[in-house]
Design a protein around this ligand. Structure first.
Ligand SMILES: Cc1cc2nc3c(=O)[nH]c(=O)nc-3n(C[C@H](O)[C@H](O)[C@H](O)COP(=O)(O)O)c2cc1C
Length: 370
């Protein structure tokens, strides 16, 4: 058999058949703007699965974004939501705002508001849009999706849920999800742990240990996530028994990425030792590059408000800092694979490179055989 053909076959997994894509490569939905409709469509057109982050979109914005994706691709794509309900915890808004005011001074912002009220969840209306628009894949993180699986299936969507432990994987598979994403501790962004410990603790199982244990425990395709940046990581995921890989950080620097230049430059300057898992940005543990904001929280031993109140409290500061290109004062969510980032690639080029590299790795491994 032509060795290249066999390597392509090895890259084609049951996950590809399940969602109707060519390569087992998923671009993670990343809330806050990085995953534009252009990126999602480009990844899907290149043979992977592009996923739009919908957590912060109004139902109208979401419908518009889905239609923008559809205008650019006929291939399957996904839409992602964060399911974590508001957490209990430190509700001392006044103390937190006075702490944040110290950062606000730098941007000549008025003192932060102390009468914060969380807006009601828009998830039911957002889901209605997803089902109405017949989005092929519904992707969820940070919580148990059992309440929405039947409706998703009835609308013809596959459901993909992100977990951080074997127990969570079993729980979502028993509830009927079609695909499990095993998120290792290396991953950028929020930990997908469903229930935080009493002091906000989360289990931190690395990708290498988590993926095979999840694969052994469930009978649906599993995707590996966390620190996967190139074809080596993709082949390693398959070697662990995964049916594909989900990558977030690698796509932050794509040409279609909505991440700001200041954010991208800080990521390029950072290394594998520069990230930390911190609740300071949103109230839920998330992996971010350490910046002054995180450092000062740590030094002061200050507590943020619980999820998602902290984001609401600090959103004026994050917005001003983004506008001014001050990467020290807004979240720099990213995983540990930072030295493997590349500047200026198109999303399609990233997918293509992952495939070519993976085929080369497979060929090298085969040549070692006997
Ligand atoms: C900037 C950023 C934002 C993220 N936002 C989301 C999100 O909105 N929903 C979600 O399910 N996962 C989110 N994630 C986590 C990814 O789903 C995934 O677990 C992670 O990116 C994998 O690790 P990697 O970044 O090392 O590739 C985010 C990750 C990053 C880096």
């Amino acid at each position: 058999m032509d060795p290249r053909a066999s390597q392509s076959t090895l890259l084609h997994t049951p996950f590809c058949d399940l969602v109707g894509i060519r390569y087992p490569i998923v671009q993670a939905g990343m809330a806050g703007g990085p995953t534009t409709p252009e990126m999602v469509a480009a990844v899907s057109n290149a043979g992977g699965l592009g996923v739009l982050a919908a957590a912060r979109l109004t139902p109208e914005q979401l419908r518009e974004a889905i239609r923008a994706i559809r205008a650019q691709t006929k291939q399957p794509f996904g839409v992602n939501f964060l399911l974590a309900p508001p957490e209990p915890g430190n509700q001392d808004v006044l103390t937190v705002q006075r702490f944040l005011d110290h950062f606000r001074q730098k941007f000549q912002l008025p003192n932060g508001q102390t009468n914060l009220t969380l807006p009601p969840s828009q998830l039911p209306q957002q889901l209605e849009v997803v089902f109405d628009e017949q989005v092929p894949v519904l992707s969820v993180g940070l919580g148990d999706p059992n309440h929405l699986i039947a409706a998703a299936h009835a609308a013809g969507s596959r459901v993909m849920a992100m977990v951080t432990t074997v127990e969570e994987a079993i729980c979502v598979v028993e509830a009927g999800v079609d695909v499990v994403v095993a998120q290792g501790a290396e991953a950028g962004g929020h930990r997908s742990t469903f229930t935080l410990g009493p002091r906000g603790e989360v289990p931190l199982v690395g990708t290498l240990a988590l993926v095979p244990q999840v694969v052994d425990a469930v009978r649906v395709p599993v995707l590996a996530a966390g620190g996967i940046m190139d074809g080596r990581g993709l082949v390693a995921s398959l070697a662990l028994g995964a049916a594909g890989a989900l990558l977030g950080t690698r796509f932050l620097l794509a040409q279609e990425s909505g991440a700001s230049i200041a954010y991208q430059e800080r990521l390029l300057a950072a290394t594998e030792i520069d990230t930390v898992i911190t609740p300071t940005f949103t109230g839920r543990p998330a992996r971010s590059v350490r910046n002054r904001f995180v450092e000062e929280y740590i030094q002061a031993e200050a507590s943020p408000l619980p999820w998602p109140l902290q984001s609401l409290a600090a959103e004026d500061l994050y917005e001003a800092a983004q506008k001014r290109g001050e990467a020290d004062y807004f979240p720099l969510l990213a995983g540990q694979g930072l030295r493997m980032l590349k500047r200026g690639q198109r999303s399609a080029e990233i997918v293509k490179e992952l495939v070519t590299e993976a085929q080369a790795v497979l060929a090298r491994l085969q040549s070692m055989d006997g």
